[in-house]
Design a binder for this molecule. Structure first.
Ligand SMILES: NCc1[nH]cc(CCC(=O)O)c1CC(=O)O
Length: 294
């Protein structure tokens, strides 16, 4: 297929573009015969910055515009942070590759140059999942929402509005800002969001995406599917606080989950281990158990 051109769609944030370029570089290396072009667009989630994500409501705030472009054939694939993708993707727009996983954990970031956090200033996060879990570590630290893309959040932090903010390790690392990480929470302290650290490629049904074999990471795919099965069982959109994190070691998969009961306002954490091929089933078993309060 000499000379075939692949148009890659991405959000226009720095992180989204960095991630798209990473995927494009992998494709270019394995398929020098393909021509690649990047097209970026703004999404609803990028445009509404004065509300917490669960207050805007709706699912797929960061993907709708790209879905439309994909369906209309204006782009051939779209590249997303897997954790921003809704659980139910339409059969017309399947996930066709999962990247190798960057560090999936959540981290604390202090203002530029600070060697500790001023806990009189608020702790910034817009994620109820992060807020609930971090409250166990810092019970007296007041939490306040911080929205915007990574760049925006870091500049709000550095301008003195927050004592620290919580971010995903993966995003900071992919922007080349690892030196900004002040503390890495363990997976037991803060169970990450399903798909955190994995880049997903979305395509159109019935097209040939064999050129993405060089991108897909089997372990990422297995973990992603288990984590998303956990969230799907609990019917969580991007607005409800749910954590799901799977890890593969040897021939075993370990899945950690966090379930939040909207009525009692309590959360429950647990884990299951078993055969890698049973990942999705183990995730559902864990989800059921946590929901039943066992
Ligand atoms: N919600 C925004 C978002 N989507 C993906 C990442 C980071 C990269 C990743 O988790 O794969 C971030 C930033 C953050 O949560 O700190």
């Amino acid at each position: 297929m000499a000379g075939r051109k692949i148009i890659v769609g991405s959000r226009d944030s720095k992180l989204a573009v960095a991630q798209s370029k990473l995927i494009m570089a992998q494709i270019a290396k394995a398929h020098p015969e393909l021509e690649l072009e990047l097209v970026t667009m703004k999404t609803t989630g990028d445009l509404i910055l004065d509300k917490r994500l669960d207050q805007i409501g709706g699912k797929g705030l960061f993907v709708k515009e790209l879905d439309k472009a994909l369906l209309e054939g204006r782009i051939d694939i779209s590249v997303h942070s897997l954790k921003d993708l809704p659980m139910e993707t339409s059969p017309e727009l399947p996930l066709v590759a999962f990247s190798g996983r960057e560090n999936p954990l959540d981290v604390l970031v202090y203002p530029e140059g600070a060697s500790c956090a001023d806990q009189k200033l608020p702790l910034g996060t817009s994620s109820l999942r992060r807020e609930l879990q971090v409250k166990e570590i810092y019970p007296d630290w007041r939490v306040e929402s911080v929205r915007g893309n990574l760049q925006t959040r870091l500049s709000k932090l550095d301008s003195g509005q927050y004592g620290a903010i919580i971010l995903a390790y993966a995003g900071i690392a992919r922007l080349g800002l690892k030196n900004r990480i002040s503390r890495v929470f363990t997976a037991d302290e803060v169970i990450p969001s399903a798909g955190q650290g994995i880049i997903a490629v979305q395509g159109r049904a019935e097209e040939d995406y064999s050129f993405l074999d060089c991108v897909n990471d089997k372990n990422s795919e297995m973990c992603a599917k288990a984590e998303r099965a956990f969230v799907t069982y609990l019917d969580g959109g991007c607005s409800s606080p749910i954590g799901a994190f799977a890890e593969i070691s040897g021939d075993e998969i370990l899945i950690r989950g966090l379930y939040y009961n909207e009525e009692t306002k309590e959360y429950h954490k647990g884990r299951e281990t078993g055969k890698i091929s049973d990942g999705e089933m183990l995730a559902v078993t864990l989800a059921k158990r946590l929901k039943d309060g066992k």
